[in-house]
Unconditional design. Structure first.
Lengths: 330, 79
């Protein structure tokens, strides 16, 4: 079925506009048209269907569910809910405080917050359609592992003591003021679900469409204009420092998963090693200064610095690991 | 006069929410005092975890999205 979009790009770019695929511009344009139409079509269908299914998953429910769970289990669940719960990064702070004041350990909360930007339905649609299901599964597993291990690490160094005083107090007082005003909307009608899904679709789509254009545009530019073999010759897997370098380059680039995945596709097609690409992508998506400045409201500088270092180290390890096992997943 | 607080960290959706309430209140000719509240401690006090959230006369009525027109009208006319 996805072949349809190749045919459409053939028709539009080659027949109607008269470009030649063997030329740079024609090849880049073909790539751009094929990928954007495919991505937009898949996004509309998938966002709607997923929203329909998760209309009753409210963040308050997730909090109540996570509160009081065993710690080890909590990291896994925190990370899983981070992946599936609809959540905008502008809500990071209230979410952090909401979880903390419900007595959820900081490790579990951070497992949620670390996984959340890395994995969402848009990222999965893009990965699945551009890079294949094996890569998608590998990506989901690593995203969750980063969240789980990160959460575990933060609790094991007792990161709670490095919160801002009011946040720490909220955590300590949690036992006394157990919040439970959960609304009991357990039986949603199909009409309500549909309305929710339409709202979600509009909301997510209005946020990501420009990133799809930017991402695919960059991908197409790389595709058409970076000489074949250049990346392979200059950034091949053999050099160990490529991975940390990719992570560092990714930090100042602030993008979400939607913008970066089409670029990943292009980089991999051009021979950039999978691990290096992943490290770059994760660093771009999850380690961003604006986000960290926000977290300053609830964390002390030392904790922020620790968190940042932890992310950089884990993305580097992910990169090295995947450069070694790449043969099996692409 | 109703005091309506829009809770949020200043993201685009929070601004839109405040604007929508202001516009609809004007249309209905209802006097309101709209306050944009960015303090995370206030959000915590109301148990808000996803923004924008709306608080009418110190009572949380909505959170997590730009509210629909029907909801806003209901908040404005109820007492």
């Amino acid at each position: 079925m996805l072949h349809l979009f190749t045919l459409f790009a053939d028709w539009l770019v080659l027949e109607q506009l008269g470009f030649d695929r063997s030329e740079r511009l024609g090849s880049a344009l073909h790539f751009f048209v094929e990928d954007t139409t495919k991505i937009f079509a898949l996004l509309i269908v998938m966002i709607y269907l997923i929203a329909l299914a998760r209309a009753s998953l409210r963040i308050e429910r997730v909090r109540d569910y996570l509160a009081g769970k065993n710690r080890l289990l909590g990291y896994g669940l925190g990370s899983m809910f981070g992946a599936i719960t609809p959540f905008c990064s502008c809500s990071s702070i209230p979410l952090f405080l909401g979880f903390t004041s419900a007595g959820i350990p900081i490790g579990t909360t951070m497992a949620f917050l670390l996984t959340s930007p890395l994995i969402n339905e848009v990222a999965i649609v893009l990965l699945g359609s551009l890079l294949g299901w094996k890569f998608t599964i590998a990506y989901i597993l690593i995203g969750m592992t980063v969240g789980i291990v990160g959460g575990f690490f933060l609790d094991s160094i007792n990161a709670g003591r490095l919160l801002q005083p009011f946040a720490r107090k909220a955590f300590e007082n949690a036992a006394k003021t157990s919040t439970s005003e959960t609304d009991s909307d357990n039986a949603l009608t199909l009409a309500v679900r549909h309305q929710f899904a339409v709202d979600e679709l509009k909301d997510i789509f209005s946020r990501v469409w420009k990133w799809v254009f930017i991402g695919v545009g960059l991908g197409a530019a790389l595709h058409g204009f970076v000489p074949d073999g250049w990346i392979e010759q200059n950034l091949a897997a053999g050099q160990w420092w490529n991975v940390p370098a990719a992570v560092l380059v990714g930090i100042p680039l602030y993008s979400n998963a939607t913008g970066v995945i089409p670029v990943m596709e292009s980089l991999i097609l051009h021979g950039l090693p999978v691990g290096t690409t992943l490290a770059f992508c994760m660093s771009t998506v999850a380690a961003s200064f604006p986000e960290f400045i926000l977290l300053k409201q609830v964390m002390q500088w030392r904790l922020l610095a620790l968190l940042f270092t932890m992310l950089l180290v884990s993305f580097t390890l992910v990169g090295w690991f995947f450069n070694i096992v790449a043969v099996w997943i692409v | 006069m109703k005091i309506i607080k829009v809770l949020g960290s200043g993201c685009a959706k929070c601004t839109k929410t405040a604007e929508a309430i202001e516009r609809i209140a004007e249309e209905l000719n209802i006097a309101v005092n709209i306050i944009k509240e960015k303090d995370p401690q206030v959000m915590m006090k109301f148990g808000v975890m996803s923004t924008p959230a709306v608080v009418v006369d110190e009572k949380l009525v909505h959170s997590g999205s730009i509210p629909h027109r029907g909801d806003i009208e209901r908040w404005l006319v109820s007492d």
